[in-house]
Design a protein around this ligand. Sequence first.
Ligand SMILES: [Cu+2]
Length: 139
Amino acid sequence: MLNFRVDTRSARQQKGGGGLRAPRFFAAVLFTACFCVDGFMPAAAADGGAGPIAEVAEVVIEKMEFVPKQLKIKAGTTVTWINKEKRNNHSVLFEQENMLESDRFFPGETYQRTFDKPGTYPYRCGPHPEMLGVIEVVE
Ligand SMILES: [Cu+2]
């Protein structure tokens, strides 16, 4: 188990219908376990297995930008923001949700949020209001 390397890309590329779900779920749980120290929210996978299996999606932060700026995901997906800057720290701030904001995260650190409800979730960086992004969640 300790040697298991989480590689969501190859997991996603595996063929086959029924057999895919278990490994993907397993990968999602491991992925969550690795990052829950940095993010402030445990992923949906931890809450008893009800609901959809978490997919994994990423937004990279580099050169004062969220990449991609716009990300479309299925409901139940966990998004991981990865700070790939050399020195800047950032946050992810959802103004329209009571200013819900992540902790500042530094180069090499991540923040995760799971989106269970369809909708449009615009966000910006707390310390850098010009850094904008949006998560679009579909059924
Ligand atoms: Cu920022």
